[in-house]
Write a protein that binds this ligand. Structure first.
Ligand code: SAM
Length: 473
C-alpha cells in the first residue's frame, strides 16, 4: 500500500499509486481549470505533488506548456539566479560484477578494457583536473566489492582532498557508487564527501529486475532504499536520478517525485540534486535496442516540470547531452553542469588510445572547460566554482533554509563571483578572462546588501593582485 513515510521501497514507490497517478494525469491532461489551478499553486514556489506534476507533464496544450516553461525559467532565476555550478566526473574503476543490460561495464562485456586507478594515477588525474580549473568532482565506479572496496574509496577521497597543486584544490568530492550499508555511508560522510549520488535507473520494479538480471544491483529494494540508509548514516545531501530511455518516462517521472516526497517526509529534507541522464551509445550497448528513448522536446518538458515540482532541488545535466540541448535545459531549470568530461577510467592526464577505450558512454559535448565557461558567460550565466556551503556545513536542511530564505543573493552570488574571478586569473584564456571580467563588473552590482557588496569588491581586488585567501560567505 502507498505510504510516503514507510521505509519499504514497495510502499513509498508504490506501483499502484503510480498507475493511478498516470490514469489521473490522462483523465485530466486537457482539464484547463485543473491545469490552471496547478500552475497557480506552482507559482507559490512551494512545489507540487507527484500527481499534480504528472498532470502538467501529460498536458498536450501548447499554450499551457508555454506557461509551464515560463514559470520554470522564472523559478530557476528566483532560486538559483544566473549561477551554474561546474563539476567534472572522475571514473575510478570500471570493474563491475553486475549484469546491467544498458551499461558497458556489465560483467559479460569481455572487450572493454578493465581499469582501476591507483592512488598515483588519481594524483595525476586530479592535477590535470585542477589545471583545467575544476574544484568539484563526482567520483564514479562500477560495483566490484573485491576490487572497489570501501577502503579503496576512502583512500581515494583522502588522496584527492590532499592534492594542492599551484592554486588548485578539489574542495568538494561527490560520489556515485553502488548502494551500500549504513556503516559504509557513515564512513563516506566522515571522509568528507559532498553529495551521495545514486541513480535509480528505473522505478518500474519489473523492468528493473529484467534490466539488472544478475549481481548485487539486481536487488531492487536494497537499491531503492539506499538513500534512506545514506541519510541514516548521516549523509544529508543525496542525489537522485533515473536513466531516461529504460522505461516509460511518465512512470519514471512520478516515481522520481515520489522518492523526493518520501525523503522529505521521512527525513525532513528532500534530495539535494536530481540528475537527468539519457541512455547513450556505448561499447556493447545500442540505445536503439531500448524502446523508451525520449526526444529533446519531451526531455526538456521533463526538466521544466521537475523544476517547478521541486524548486529547492538542484538539477544536473552531464555531457551525455550536446551543446544545443544543454543550452535549452539551462534556461528551464538546470543548475549544475559538467565540463570537459572524460567517461573513461583515466584520460584527463593522458587521453586513452582509441583501441583501449574504457569509456562508459559516448560524450556529446567535447568542449574544453574554457570553452564551456566562455559559452556560459556569453549567455549571461556565471559559472560558479564555489563549494562554500559544503565547507561551511550548510548541507541538508541548513542549505534548504538558505535557499528558502532568499539569502542566496547575498551568499551564493558573491561566492560565485569570487570563485569565477579566481578561475579567470588562474586558468582562463585571455578572451574568456576579458569576457568574465566584464561580466563580474556588472554582476557585482546585483549583490543587494551594500556591506556584502563592498567586501566582495575588496576581495575581487585582492584576487586580481593574486593575494589569495579562502574568500567565502
Ligand atoms: N555503479 C554505480 C551503481 O551501481 O549505481 C553507478 C556508477 S555508473 C558509473 C553511473 C551511471 O551511469 C549509472 O547509474 C547509469 O545510470 C549511467 N549509465 C550506465 N550506462 C549508460 C549508458 N549506456 N548511457 C548513459 N548512461 C549510462
Amino acid at each position: 500500500m502507498y505510504d510516503v513515510n514507510s521505509k519499504h521501497a514497495d510502499d513509498f514507490i508504490n506501483h499502484e499509486e503510480i498507475l493511478e497517478t498516470l490514469a489521473y494525469a490522462d483523465e485530466n491532461k486537457e482539464n484547463v481549470e485543473l491545469i490552471d489551478a496547478i500552475i497557480e499553486k506552482a507559482k507559490k514556489r512551494k512545489g507540487l505533488t507527484h500527481r499534480e506534476a504528472s498532470v502538467l507533464l501529460a498536458c498536450p496544450i501548447e499554450e499551457k506548456n508555454q506557461e509551464i516553461y515560463k514559470l520554470a525559467e522564472q523559478i530557476k532565476k528566483d532560486f538559483y539566479g544566473n549561477r551554474i555550478v561546474m563539476f567534472a566526473p572522475l571514473y575510478l574503476s570500471n570493474y563491475c560484477i553486475n549484469g546491467c543490460t544498458y551499461c558497458p561495464y556489465h560483467m559479460k562485456n569481455k572487450h572493454i578494457p578493465r581499469k582501476q586507478l591507483s592512488q598515483e594515477d588519481i594524483r595525476r588525474e586530479v592535477i590535470a583536473l585542477q589545471d583545467m580549473g575544476h574544484k568539484r568532482l563526482a567520483l564514479e565506479a562500477g560495483e566490484d566489492p573485491v576490487r572497489n572496496t570501501m577502503d579503496y574509496y576512502l583512500q581515494s577521497i583522502d588522496t584527492i582532498y590532499s592534492i594542492k597543486h599551484k592554486n588548485g584544490a578539489i574542495r568538494r568530492v561527490n560520489i556515485n557508487i553502488a548502494a551500500t550499508t549504513v556503516d559504509n555511508y557513515r564512513l563516506l560522510k566522515e571522509a568528507g564527501i559532498g553529495t551521495y549520488i545514486l541513480f535509480q535507473e528505473t522505478y518500474h520494479k519489473e523492468s528493473y529486475l529484467e534490466l539488472h538480471p544478475t549481481g548485487p544491483k539486481h536487488d531492487y529494494n536494497y537499491h531503492t532504499e539506499a538513500m534512506d540508509r545514506a541519510m541514516e548514516g548521516g549523509i544529508d545531501d543525496v542525489g537522485l536520478g533515473v536513466l531516461f530511455g529504460l522505461d516509460k518516462y511518465r512512470y519514471e517521472f512520478a516515481g522520481l517525485l515520489m522518492h523526493a516526497e518520501h525523503l522529505e517526509a521521512a527525513f525532513g529534507v528532500g534530495p539535494h540534486t536530481i540528475s537527468v541522464p539519457r541512455l547513450k551509445h556505448a561499447d556493447d550497448i545500442n540505445p536503439e535496442e531500448f524502446d523508451n528513448g525520449i526526444d529533446d522536446d519531451t526531455f526538456l518538458k521533463i526538466i521544466a516540470c521537475i523544476r517547478i515540482a521541486v524548486p529547492y532541488t538542484g538539477m544536473i545535466i552531464s555531457t551525455r547531452e550536446g551543446r544545443k540541448c544543454r543550452e535549452r535545459a539551462l534556461h528551464l531549470g538546470i543548475s549544475q553542469i559538467s565540463g570537459a568530461s572524460r567517461t573513461s577510467v583515466g584520460g584527463y592526464y593522458e587521453p586513452e588510445p582509441e583501441d583501449e577505450s574504457s569509456e562508459q558512454f559516448d560524450v556529446s559535448d567535447n568542449r574544453t572547460l574554457d570553452e564551456v565557461v566562455h559559452w556560459l558567460m556569453e549567455m549571461g550565466y556565471i559559472p560558479s566554482f564555489c563549494t562554500a556551503c559544503y565547507r561551511e556545513g550548510r548541507t541538508g536542511d541548513r542549505f534548504m533554509s538558505l535557499c528558502k530564505s532568499g539569502q542566496i543573493q547575498n551568499c551564493c552570488h558573491p561566492n560565485a563571483l569570487m570563485t569565477l574571478k579566481e578561475y579567470l586569473m588562474d586558468y582562463a584564456s585571455p578572451e574568456t578572462k576579458a569576457l568574465g571580467d566584464r561580466l563580474i563588473e556588472k554582476e557585482v552590482l546585483n549583490v543587494p546588501n551594500e556591506k556584502v557588496r563592498k567586501v566582495v569588491l575588496e576581495n575581487l581586488r585582492l584576487i586580481e593582485q593574486d593575494n589569495r585567501r579562502d574568500f567565502r560567505f
